[in-house]
Design a protein around this ligand. Sequence first.
Ligand code: ADP
Length: 256
Amino acid sequence: MAIAAIRCETIRVVFDNRTGKQTILDGLDLDVPIGQIVTLLGPSGCGKSTLLRVVAGLTQATEGTVTIEGKSVAQSQNKLAFVFQESALLPWRTVWQNVRLPWELRRGLGAGELQSRLECVLELVGFKPADWNKKPHQLSGGMKMRASIARALITQPDILLLDEPFAALDDMLRSKLNDLLLKIVEQTQTTMLFVTHNISEAIYLSHSIAVFSHGRIGERIEVDLPFPRTAAVRSSPEFAAMYGRVSQSLARNASV
Ligand code: ADP
């Protein structure tokens, strides 16, 4: 069997809340192939963020195992980076200084290499040099998110975990940033595990969609639309048919 970027086996997560024990993930299995975008889709509260946090090693699973390229999560911290819904940039730092922060924390690169890597990721996400010295309050919501993605890429992770990164943005910006993620995967072969509520976004971005059902993946849908994904793909009858199929799966899997 080919080695997966991420392999989750029989993951169980039980939280001890005030109201008693709550089982959020209940024997969940998921494989994410190397270099692909896999989207987690499901209603609010079904456990998508919890699964992402388990993969990142931020939440401990009650049972089950996660392996990253065949190794344990603890051995793989430098392979992973997380992008949250809030860009979480430090307000007193410029774009350049924010993006270099993970490098400062890890101290893995020489100054020359850092400089060229910073230039490379900022260019990749669409920042002009004139904007590199701006502070977060001088940036639009879309530019803040671009800086947040650049910060995640600075350590050259093999895997990006993205938790509804574009939920607060309007549709136009969301489409532009979807295209940015596709460009990043094409140019860097980064694997992405992406959480969204948005069916169109899930279809447009993904190689496959994992639909949640009662703490597990109820259905895995391969998105057999051609790459590169373009505006023409978005308006094709095949896209509309896929939308219908995913909506039905979501309704079926979420029902009791
Ligand atoms: P989703 O991302 O699908 O919206 P979450 O994974 O954020 O869902 O949350 C699933 C459920 O787990 C929610 O009911 C949430 O309140 C609960 N939950 C999440 N994290 C914790 C925690 N650390 N302690 C207790 N309950 C939690």
